[in-house]
Design a binder for this molecule. Structure first.
Ligand SMILES: Cc1cc2nc3c(=O)[nH]c(=O)nc-3n(C[C@H](O)[C@H](O)[C@H](O)COP(=O)(O)O)c2cc1C
Length: 160
């Protein structure tokens, strides 16, 4: 069973969770970053507006070929109650994704809003099958039970 974890993380929380899953399953980790430049003063508001409007941004890598994997795990922070423009852009840029089962997780500060349903919609739009979507409060990132639960969720998605 080959698992590819594709994630975006600005301040490390989502990265941390992605690493836990990667270690548990010996999975491939792909970090996607934003290559656009932003004004330092307006950055937060611009990013929130882009996320809220479900926009995409310039990313590196621009595309990932996932045809060789059996399960894809997406990880994203919540921005303005949605997954980020980075994760939206990479979902849009995937190659070989048709029919692939996908698990998604979000990390957030307490108000995930419409992130789950938005993630599900983007995954389905690319012809993938959303098997499970979950969110994790940033204060639970180091919580052993949260990590175990997430690993169990991925494990159960393998059997689907
Ligand atoms: C631009 C921005 C917008 C955010 N919007 C939300 C939000 O709407 N709801 C929420 O619960 N947390 C929000 N947060 C907090 C992040 O979702 C949370 O800290 C997350 O774990 C960060 O992940 P990272 O460390 O992987 O970047 C926001 C953070 C940023 C920087």
């Amino acid at each position: 069973m080959k698992i590819c974890i594709i994630y975006h993380s600005e301040t490390g929380n989502t990265h941390h969770v992605a690493q836990h899953i990667a270690s548990a399953f010996d999975a491939q980790l792909v970090e996607v970053t934003d290559t656009a430049s932003y004004n330092r003063l307006t950055r937060f508001f611009v990013l929130c507006k882009m996320a809220r409007c479900e926009e995409k941004t310039l990313i590196e890598p621009a595309s990932v070929d996932i045809s060789g994997y059996d399960l894809i795990v997406f990880g994203s922070p919540v921005w303005a109650f949605k997954p980020t423009p980075v994760i939206h852009a990479i979902i849009d840029g995937l190659k070989g994704c048709m029919g692939k089962p996908a698990v998604a997780f979000l990390t957030h500060g307490g108000r995930p809003g419409q992130s789950d349903e938005t993630f599900k919609k983007w995954i389905e739009e690319r012809g993938m099958v959303p098997v499970a979507i979950t969110d994790i409060h940033c204060t639970d990132i180091e919580n052993e039970k949260t990590t175990k639960d997430l690993i169990a969720l991925v494990q159960s998605s393998i059997k689907v």
